[in-house]
Design a protein around this ligand. Structure first.
Ligand code: NAD
Length: 366
């Protein structure tokens, strides 16, 4: 089986789907690998690194011509699709629920496509879960970004000139990104508080040293380990519970999401106006509409001295590690789906069933 690694074309993207280390592991298993020229440069992997790992370096056209399986991080775009053929098996994040046109275009080509972001959240699939591996890094990066924008330091510091009290950090949403944000802010010495609609996250937040702000969630549902949309009643209770901490916070990181929906609004403009002068909010849900009313994607808005940074979960800024982890997820996925270098096509098996969006031009999932 020949696997082709494509260079990402999306603006600002710095990652690559397979690293030289994982390429070597796949070559050792008998897979043949073709890498598009300079595919790994922005993750600090050179063409020679891939060559040493046993891969062949080729032009984009040659990779499409030669490989059966094509791997990427971002969805296949129009330019890719013009080169896709019936025999190709595509693997990338496809966001199929919100990209019906892309799925239709792949189907029209008669090709087959797996979506990495459709991985079921089950224990067996944890090591193939790209949302987790990437969001974990985004949680770390959100704290670093916040720290850079703050006019204060994180830790308690006792100096001859006086004592600096530690910064207070408040995290909304204790999922994968939120947990890493707690761990990172704690490591830097901040006093950390966190809240989430799912009560099971209390123990996880506390195990990392955060104080959990509990909000009575009686009547609120969750599905497959994910939150569903909160009721108006819950939002009111949440506001009352968090306001004291919010108005004292130096840095607020919001990561709350509800799959397939607009991000929940957790901080209104009214609340922002009552925050401390100089406080920073990093809204990681900005691409999904934002957890903060005033946040704007890819912009920093200042309201009453509070900086609100609207950003998206963007692990590409730590591309070397992000590619390393994505590649490991991809390796586990490819080896899970294949036996003796051939696909098993076990459609009864949950991971295959959930991630296989188009098979031989037939759309299986909406
Ligand atoms: P996510 O990105 O969808 O949401 C982030 C967090 O926001 C979640 O914890 C959610 O409960 C919270 N949230 C949603 N609405 C909220 C509101 N109104 N107020 C406060 N918080 C709100 O979630 P995620 O980070 O992708 O992970 C969700 C869960 O799935 C995690 O607990 C994780 O442990 C689990 N998970 C399991 C696997 C696996 O078993 N393979 C893999 C990844 C994640």
């Amino acid at each position: 089986m020949i696997i082709g690694i494509l260079k990402e074309s999306q603006n600002g993207e710095r990652r690559v789907a397979l690293s030289p280390l994982i390429t070597q592991k796949l070559v050792d298993k008998g897979f043949e690998i073709f890498v598009e020229e300079r595919a790994g440069v922005n993750s600090m992997y050179t063409d020679s690194d891939y060559k040493e790992a046993g891969a062949s370096i080729a032009s984009r056209e040659k990779v499409f011509e030669t490989a059966q399986v094509l791997v990427k991080i971002n969805p296949f775009d129009e330019e890719d699709l013009s080169l896709v053929q019936k025999r190709h098996i595509l693997m990338s994040q496809l966001y199929h629920k919100s990209s019906p046109e892309l799925i239709k275009a792949i189907s029209e080509k008669g090709a087959t496509a797996f979506s990495m972001d459709a991985m079921p959240r089950i224990s067996r699939a944890q090591d193939m879960d790209v949302l987790s591996s990437q969001n974990n890094l985004a949680g770390y990066k959100a704290v670093i970004l916040g720290a850079y924008e703050m006019t204060k330091i994180f830790p308690l510091m006792m100096t001859a000139a006086g004592t600096i009290t530690p910064s207070r950090v408040l995290i909304f949403g204790v999922g994968v990104a939120g947990l890493q944000a707690i761990a990172t802010a704690k490591r830097l010495g901040a006093v950390v508080e966190a809240t989430d609609i799912r009560t099971e996250t209390k123990e996880q937040a506390e195990s990392l040293g955060a104080k959990f702000i509990s909000v009575d969630n009686t009547g609120e549902a969750s599905e497959g380990g994910y939150a569903t949309e909160a009721s108006e009643d819950y939002k009111k209770r949440q506001k009352e519970a968090v306001n004291e901490s919010l108005f004292k916070a130096d840095l607020v990181i919001t990561t709350a999401n509800v799959p397939g929906r607009k991000a929940p609004l957790l901080i209104t403009e009214e609340q922002v106006k009552q925050m401390k002068n100089g406080a920073v909010i990093v809204d990681l849900a900005a691409a999904q509409g934002g957890n903060c009313e005033v946040s704007k994607l890819n912009e920093t808005v200042v309201v009453n001295g509070v900086k609100v940074i609207g950003t998206k979960i963007s692990p590409e800024s730590v591309s070397t590690n992000a590619s390393e982890l994505y590649a490991k997820n991809m390796y586990n996925f490819i080896t899970h789906l294949t036996e003796d270098l051939n696909f098993k096509w076990d459609l009864e098996e949950e991971i295959t069933d959930e991630t296989l969006i188009v098979q031989d031009g037939v759309q299986r999932k909406n």
